[in-house]
Design a protein around this ligand. Structure first.
Ligand SMILES: [Zn+2]
Length: 292
């Protein structure tokens, strides 16, 4: 695998530094393999408990990658794109989101059928999707018009396509810009990873388990009433393990990010929307109205 690192370093370093360049066709398999390996390795950092709750990837993914370690080629039914990111200098992120393949009129499958991989290194954005359920792979494109890295038949001129910003990164990492071509399937984040199973009403507040599953978080019931009227909000909260950025949705909340309080506060501050203060038994609660 060290050869992969060498190719990645040689080819990607100028792009990370925002210097226009080319990814030659003969290097693309190695770069795509490096993206897959890096994303899967980053997922190992999630706790055993998170993985048991379905936030990680199946052990078979790691086995498959190991079995083809001599072959410089990403796993079957994978596609990768390369784009440009504009944000804080020196920013880097690795994110993997389990996805489901949704067919109109069919209920959501109980387990994810693939995952989106996103790596940001300076000005370089690498994005991929892998389908894990045979027969459910879809040919996909990204709305940003990023050139395909794998499979591909030409060298990639960089930069190309629309630039991704900090504001659009969360949606992109959730697979939000992936579009299945031909057919009616849609890709969506696996809701068990994004939504919460149960919530309870306590002292005028809604209590829901935090992502860690060890603690609870609270938010004013008024936000749920607002959601029923089609008005949605973002807010920050935290448990002993982590800070969270949360959006309300039609009948539940979605964890949009978890991490250090400073990072979550910066993401919240960057969000577009009017800020509201809600007073209730918990005290003052700040939230931002999301644009319709
Ligand atoms: Zn916690």
């Amino acid at each position: 695998m060290s050869n992969l690192e060498a190719v990645a370093q040689r080819v990607l370093t100028p792009l990370i530094l925002d210097e226009p360049g080319t990814i030659a066709l003969e290097d693309q398999a190695a770069i795509a393999t490096w993206v897959q390996k890096t994303a899967l390795t980053a997922m190992l950092l999630s706790s055993k408990e998170q993985r048991e709750n379905g936030y990680g990837l199946a052990p078979s993914e790691y086995r498959a990658l190991y079995e083809r370690r001599e072959l410089v080629q990403p796993l079957d039914f994978s596609q990768f794109w390369v784009g440009r990111f504009e944000g804080v200098k020196g920013f880097s992120a690795v994110r993997v989101t389990p996805l489901t393949v949704r067919i109109p009129d069919f209920p959501e499958p109980p387990l994810p059928q693939g995952y989106a991989m996103t790596i940001v290194l300076g000005a370089l954005l690498l994005h991929g999707v892998r389908f894990t359920t045979p027969g459910l792979q879809a040919d996909t494109t990204t709305e940003l018009g990023m050139p395909p890295l794998w499979p591909s038949e030409t060298s990639v001129m960089w930069p190309a396509g629309q630039t991704c910003t900090e504001k659009s990164l969360l949606a992109l990492a959730d697979g939000g810009t992936l579009r299945a071509t031909g057919g009616e399937v849609r890709l969506q984040p696996w809701s068990h990873a994004a939504h919460l199973p149960q919530s309870a009403f306590e002292n005028g507040a809604i209590k829901v388990p935090a992502l860690c599953r060890k603690h609870d978080i609270y938010y004013p019931a008024a936000l749920l009433q607002e959601a029923h009227q089609g008005r949605f909000y973002a807010f920050m909260t935290s448990c002993e393990c982590s800070a969270y950025l949360i959006h309300t949705d039609s009948d539940r909340i979605r964890f949009r990010a978890a991490g250090e309080p400073e990072g979550i506060a910066a993401m919240y501050a960057d969000m577009v929307g009017d800020e509201f203060l809600i007073e209730d038994q918990i005290g003052e609660f700040a939230c931002k109205r999301l644009p319709a």
